[in-house]
Write a protein that binds this ligand. Sequence first.
Ligand code: SAM
Length: 246
Amino acid sequence: MIRPLLALLALALATAAQAAEPLGPPGAPAAVFPRPDRPVAEIIAAQWALERDREKADEFGQVARLMRFTAGQTVADVGAGSGYYVTRLSPVVGPRGRVLAEDVMPLYLADLERRLRRAGLSNVTVVRGEPHDPRLVPASVDAAILVHMYHEITQPFGLLHNLAAAMKPGGRVGIVDADDIPSRHGTPPKLLRCELSAAGYRETGFSVLDGGVGYLAIFEAPAPDARPDPGAIRPCKDEATRAAPG
Ligand SMILES: C[S@@+](CC[C@H](N)C(=O)[O-])C[C@H]1O[C@@H](n2cnc3c(N)ncnc32)[C@H](O)[C@@H]1O
């Protein structure tokens, strides 16, 4: 009994260490960005909820309509996890489009690659990013989604700054999260707006999703040369988050 537990613990530690291993350039480095002035949730799973429950709520359909995904687009799924969105986006963008499935957890990405191979989805590129940098090709992305993961980003200002460089002009960035404090795996919309605005993003839409899925906030990323200087970014304070017990 002890041995399998130790093996699991060693695997978890190795995974965490691997995820923390810096990959080096390309984007602006982690050290130039301030840390968020609030708790950050731990990464605990590769999916937010069971896919059959998400299907019942038509989670993907709701987000796809609001984000206006279409054939031929390049869509980045930042924090793709086990691929609920990736597998559904692939047929929507079609053979002329591409899905960029990005995550910081190598084990999750390895599982996702197996799933994609089994499903024969050839228009998906799996990308290993870092907490401060999704490491996507500059000016390549029509739309990006960050689903039930914003509260887990240890370096939100770095991630948003580097993501902005990957967006094509006018590209839409959609963030799905629960309206709750980060330690309960959500992000209060007011806090989200403050952090996105500090990184130079402009809100263009906000919808509460049906079926208890949370909300979708849509933003336009700043042009690369209009991004705030990382050193000038002031983290946001959120009273509800600060007052809540751990
Ligand atoms: C709760 S899961 C959600 C996965 C998927 N988006 C979904 O809706 O099922 C959160 C995912 O975000 C990833 N994640 C956490 N911080 C990240 C970061 N800074 N950059 C990219 N992915 C991150 C985790 O590894 C995990 O796969």
